[in-house]
Design a protein around this ligand. Structure first.
Ligand code: SAH
Ligand code: SF4
Length: 365
């Protein structure tokens, strides 16, 4: 007989409990989704918050083996939005009450880039009258640079650890100092120490990845005390080295379900954090993000990059919405969130409750 109903009543979970949850099927799977949904409603409510995603440049110094915009992919047409294009996208987010924007790009460690981000952050704050919350997702940087951006007004940072198994990390990245697992981990600690709401995540269904790895990823999020998690299925891209292992991957539908189970299991483990229903879910299933919300996520990142650039920010293939303009995305998402029984927190930052609780308990010390 299945012991999933019993595991679902526990208040703490071992790696083997988590593996059982990630492997459950049929009725058990629905029990898991339901438990996660109930937990979400109890601890963070049924509101879904938008983060308008601005993919402002696909120029990247790194060469991650899974990513379509890696430095060595010569087939990519490289772009870099102008400051005005970025600010226009932020205005769109503000006018449509998205509450927050995420600035994301390939990695660039030049002083000019650092300076540019600082002034863009300050300018977005100014033009939105401080209404827009700002998340950055521009990779590994020095502490000094992270501090400058925080002081300029960025208050959240997303840096996926990709996998918490160092051996697996080294299989999916080149072996050099630019792609060092422990450096990425240090960056996460630095961000957290500096007062950012800190977000991380992993790819699900990578070649060579085991269920035990994914369970360990979840326990890592908990031990680290992360505030936000964005994780989604790994999707192969034909112009990358990992494509060679495409026949060893779980079928797409299985990767999708495993991603939903990761969301639900994490919600049980970390009840008050923000969890993103990743866009990559929608690359597999047209209702992917809604299903992510039903499985316990509470954040959606609508793409508000100007339409003409979207075809060039292909981290993976079959990316959804690449032929749409931002205004089309909004209407579509509103209907979709309603379908998933959620309500959109228009004009609200929707900060991580975990972050607030963490801050309060620190000030109690
Ligand atoms: N350069 C920054 C931000 C852009 S990449 C960084 O790497 O942190 C954002 C995320 O896209 C990465 O963290 C990775 O998890 C995800 N990604 C890249 N290639 C992918 C693929 N083939 N399938 C699924 N997700 C992918
Ligand atoms: Fe660059 Fe990020 Fe892609 Fe790695 S995952 S190649 S750092 S854009």
């Amino acid at each position: 007989m299945s012991n999933i109903p019993e595991i679902l009543t526990q208040s703490s979970f071992s790696n083997s409990n988590l593996v059982q949850l990630l492997e459950c099927e049929g009725e058990d799977k629905h029990l898991l989704y339901e438990a996660a949904r109930t937990t979400r409603e109890l601890y963070v409510g049924n509101k879904v918050y938008f983060r308008g995603l601005i993919e402002f440049s696909n120029i990247c110094a790194k060469d991650c083996y899974y990513c379509g915009i890696r430095r060595s992919n010569d087939a990519v047409h490289r772009y870099n939005l102008t400051d005005n294009e970025i600010l226009d996208a932020a205005r769109f987010a503000d006018q449509n009450q998205f509450g927050s924007v995420v600035l994301q790009s390939g990695e660039n460690n030049s002083p000019a880039f650092a300076k540019r981000i600082s002034s863009l952050v300050a300018e977005i704050k100014r033009i939105s009258n401080h209404r827009l919350g700002i998340t950055l997702s521009v990779g590994e940087q020095s502490e000094e640079v992270y501090r400058q951006w925080h002081e300029a007004g960025a208050h959240r940072y997303l840096l996926r650890i990709e996998t918490t198994n160092p051996a697996l990390y080294s299989k999916i990245h080149p072996q050099d100092s630019l792609h060092d697992f422990y450096h990425r981990l240090d960056c996460l600690h630095a961000l957290r120490g500096m007062g950012y709401q800190t977000g991380t995540g992993v790819m699900i269904g990578l070649p060579f990845q085991t269920m035990g790895d994914l369970a360990a990823d979840l326990l890592f999020f908990q031990q680290f005390g992360i505030d936000m998690v964005g994780m989604g299925p790994y999707l192969e891209h034909s112009q990358t080295p990992l494509y060679e292992f495409r026949n060893e991957l779980l079928p797409l539908q299985k990767r999708f379900e495993l991603s939903l189970k990761m969301i639900s299991t994490l919600r049980l483990l970390m009840k008050d954090i923000n969890i993103v229903a990743a866009t990559a879910l929608q690359a597999i299933d047209p209702l992917g993000r809604e299903k992510g919300i039903k499985a316990g996520a509470n954040i959606i990142m609508p793409n508000i990059t100007p339409g003409i650039y979207r075809n060039d920010y292909l981290l993976y293939e079959n990316k959804p919405c690449i032929d749409e303009e931002p205004s089309q995305c909004k209407g579509c998402l509103e209907a979709r969130v309603a379908l998933a029984d959620g309500e959109i927190g228009f004009g609200e930052w929707g900060d991580s409750i975990h972050f607030k609780n963490r801050k309060n308990s620190q000030s109690d010390l």
